[in-house]
Design a protein around this ligand. Structure first.
Ligand code: A2R
Length: 317
């Protein structure tokens, strides 16, 4: 099995590297003094690629340099970093890590919602800054009596909805196809959903199909008491429009885990008191990252042992 050459463009967890080292000949591109020179010499032998968002775009330009590539195993459920259509056209299978992170991201979404609405990070800063001895922290907005809209009731969206059921709030959703297995109110566009709710949680995939799905019109429909939580991808929200909406009171507040140009967060956002900003933590626990890593390894092992991938993305299934 060690004659199978696997390329890893950017670092992954040590356990993934160790497991791949044990089964394959793993090439760490980031350790090469000149990636171009390395790819020119060794690219033609790479049959597998272990990718993550740090790897940069995985598409035709890279595929051209890897002519016998059979599989791209992505570390993450979102694979907007990979041109899956181009992979499919070349017969390359792409896998992602669905299922193993749904609960973790849903937990994070609920935490971010509560942190945003009850202003928990601001309150923590208040205590640390010694202000409590002078005056109580100002009263916060509430989750009580709100309708929460979920944009994308997929695997993670449904886990968010299940958790929200315990909070006694009304739940609504939008995606392109209504589900027949839930009783939440369906709305046929993002604007219609935003108009019907006062919390909007975005949890759709990134990529061209969802670019700026949350734009100025959606934020206006969400309204002055509205709260946006984005745990999807930064590309899903028109970030300049969001900054305007937060600044001029079009919406009340936002909880953001993802941004247009990570890890760069605009100064405008960082200066605002009505936002809670996380550094893309969705699946970032030791437990869940380990599970994701095992699935990356298992996909590669299954492919090269049995010729089948465990979790191919729909475009290449
Ligand atoms: O639209 P549908 O019926 O295909 O439903 C999918 C929905 N969705 C969209 N909704 C509205 N407009 C769109 N253009 C659009 N494209 C997709 O997003 C589906 O219900 C949901 C995605 O669900 P899953 O494929 O199960 O993804 P999962 O595992 O929940 O993850 C969602 C994303 C990842 O791709 C990462 O970017 C992020 O959450 O962590």
């Amino acid at each position: 099995m060690n004659d199978v050459q696997i390329l890893m463009p950017a670092p992954m967890p040590a356990a993934v590297i160790a497991a791949l080292d044990a089964r394959f000949t793993l090439h760490r591109l980031w350790e090469q003094p000149d990636a171009d020179v390395f790819l020119a010499e060794h690219g033609p032998h790479m049959r597998g690629l272990a990718a993550n968002t740090l790897a940069g775009p995985v598409g035709p330009a890279l595929f051209d340099r890897l002519p016998v590539l059979e599989i791209v195993a992505n570390f993450g459920v979102g694979y907007d970093n990979i041109d899956a259509g181009a992979a499919a056209a070349r017969g390359i299978t792409v896998t992602n890590t669905p299922g193993v992170l749904d609960a973790e991201v849903a937990d994070l979404a609920i935490g971010l919602l509560l942190a945003t609405i009850r202003r928990l990070p601001q309150a923590d800063r208040y205590v640390r800054d010694g202000k409590w001895v002078d005056a109580p922290f100002p009263l916060s907005p509430t989750l009580r009596d709100r309708t929460v809209g979920i944009l994308g009731l997929g695997a993670i969206g449904r886990q968010i909805a299940r958790r929200l059921e315990g909070f006694d709030v009304a739940i609504a959703y939008h995606q392109r196809t209504p589900r027949d297995d839930v009783s939440y109110a369906y709305h046929d566009s993002p604007v219609a959903l935003a108009a019907a709710c006062d919390v909007l949680i975005a949890i759709v995939p990134g990529g061209d199909g969802t670019r700026h799905l949350v734009d100025g019109a959606v934020l206006a429909a969400l309204g002055r008491d509205g709260i946006l939580v984005n745990v999807a991808r930064g590309s899903v929200v028109d970030q300049p429009a969001l900054i305007d909406a937060l600044r001029d009171g079009t919406i009340l507040a936002a909880g953001l885990d993802v941004y247009a140009d990570e890890p760069h967060v605009p100064d405008d956002l960082r200066a605002m008191e009505n936002v809670v900003l996380l550094p893309h933590l969705g699946s970032a626990s030791e437990h869940t990252r380990a599970a994701m890593g095992r699935l990356v390894v298992d996909n590669l092992v299954s492919w090269f042992d049995r010729g089948t991938a465990l979790t191919p993305v729909p475009e290449t299934a």
